[in-house]
Design a protein around this ligand. Structure first.
Ligand code: SAM
Length: 314
């Protein structure tokens, strides 16, 4: 596989995300017995970063939980740009869905495969229903878990990988993309979202990423990513909550809603917020507020089954 230099930088963003998740887990923000297998780094992150990741992981999980409740588990989860995310391993209900598919660049999935292959706890989790695990250097297939290397900009390849994973286009499906679409060129992203909308009958798309990128703080965030060599080719959809939702409607999705992370954080139960707010002192709340204002969760739906998947009402 050949990569642009900027693909390498994008691939490296996964290490960053995984390090941050590992750190927050170690400090007790949420429980994850598996992330430690994928990440060696023990570096401590700033409290604002940890709280930011807590809101991110909880926000996505709230959407997944609502979807799983509604479908009773008779559904699929497709994690786009999955990195070393551990949702399949750590969460029982997500683990029990009909099919859990993870896609990322082959460089990333090869590392994830390698780690899974040599770890009994991870393997056991995939193999639970005494099925067989099939492996190649970049792909792994279990009874209901498929991890595959693919460039999401290449739809023919995505199509054939999903076929290998025995995807069911008629089954309700939830797509997850955590800080992924921003790295994909607008036209490619448009094609991907449109393709999904045409292929799947009933689906939800949960997108977590940057928003309000056209103010001073947004500019600093973007410059920071650019200085690491990331192309941020999809940043034009990260200007506002409206651009974040319109992109789905423009691609044939039935509807979409988006919340900034201030709203998402407030929708987490008060008890849970109090628990994590006691874990670490914040020097000043201003930076966290700024961070929360510059990330969002967008939920789009296809068809009518999931139009009320609103995380802000319990
Ligand atoms: N979603 C994971 C998480 O939140 O922990 C990883 C996030 S990381 C910031 C972005 C991920 O998107 C990387 O793993 C990167 O390789 C993947 N990615 C970006 N562009 C991609 C593309 N065109 N095809 C496949 N994966 C891509």
């Amino acid at each position: 596989h050949k990569f642009h230099p900027c693909d390498e930088a994008v691939i490296a963003t996964n290490d960053d995300a995984s390090d941050c998740k590992r750190c927050a887990v170690r400090l007790g923000y949420w429980k994850d017995d598996y992330i430690g297998y994928f990440v060696r780094n023990q570096e401590r992150k700033a409290p604002e970063i940890n709280r930011g990741y807590f809101a991110r992981v909880k926000g996505v999980e709230m959407c997944v939980d609502k979807f799983l409740k509604k479908t009773g588990g008779n559904c699929q989860i497709i994690n786009l740009g999955c990195g070393f995310d551990t949702l399949y391993f750590r969460q029982d209900t997500a683990h029990q869905v009909k099919n859990f598919i993870e896609l990322d660049f082959p460089t990333v999935t090869a590392r994830k495969c390698y780690t899974i292959k040599r770890n009994k706890a991870l393997l056991a989790r995939i193999n639970a229903e005494d099925g067989e695990v099939r492996l190649s250097p970049t792909d792994l297939h279990g009874p209901n878990y498929h991890l595959m290397g693919v460039d999401l900009r290449n739809l023919d390849e995505v199509d054939s990988k999903l076929a290998q994973a025995e995807v069911d286009y008629t089954l309700p499906t939830i797509f997850l993309a955590e800080c992924v679409l921003v790295y994909i060129e607008a036209q490619n992203c448009h094609n991907l979202l449109k393709w999904i909308a045409q292929k799947f009958k009933s689906a939800v798309f949960v997108n977590y990423e940057q928003v309000n990128m056209n103010d001073r703080f947004g500019e600093v965030m973007l410059n920071n990513l650019r200085s690491r060599g990331c192309s941020l080719a999809g940043v034009e959809s990260c200007l506002s909550l409206e651009t974040q939702t319109n992109r789905f409607k423009d691609c044939g999705w039935s509807g979409a809603r988006a919340w900034d992370m201030v709203q998402v954080y407030e929708s987490i139960s008060a008890a849970e917020r109090q628990r994590i707010e006691r874990l670490e002192m914040l020097d000043e709340g201003e930076l966290l507020l700024q961070l929360f204002q510059h990330y969002c969760l967008a939920v789009a739906w296809l068809g009518v089954d999931f139009q009320d998947l609103d995380i802000t009402c319990v």
